[in-house]
Design a protein around this ligand. Structure first.
Ligand code: ZN
Length: 107
């Protein structure tokens, strides 16, 4: 993906509507691409500013851009750990099942 592809995801990112893989890719991109980080920050500030003006759509917790990136980074890290643990759990369950299946055949 190039910078233009990430730009198309900015609104969905700001609205927390991206999936894990897209969020993770976008966050790691903006942490290394100053131009996209600057554009995302401007878009984020503009949208949050408009939401603050619109009483009906004021979100309960409005974060700064830096807080938003930090929150999404932690969220991605937690999701990654959860996915790794899920796979390990599945492998362990399969191993235990196979062990008892083979043990049952032997006895
Ligand atoms: Zn970029």
């Amino acid at each position: 993906m190039d910078c233009r592809d990430y730009h198309r995801q900015f609104i969905d990112f700001i609205n927390d509507e991206l999936g894990y893989h897209e969020t993770s890719a976008l966050v790691s991109h903006v942490l290394h691409c100053e131009e996209c980080a600057s554009d995302l920050k401007n878009e984020y500030l503009m949208i949050m500013g408009m939401r603050k003006l619109d009483r009906d759509q004021t979100p309960k917790n409005i974060h700064t851009y830096e807080e938003k990136i930090k929150i999404m980074t932690k969220k991605c890290r937690r999701e990654k750990i959860f996915r790794i643990l899920s796979v390990l759990f599945l492998v362990a369950c399969t191993g235990i099942s196979v062990y008892f299946f083979i043990k049952g055949l032997i006895l």
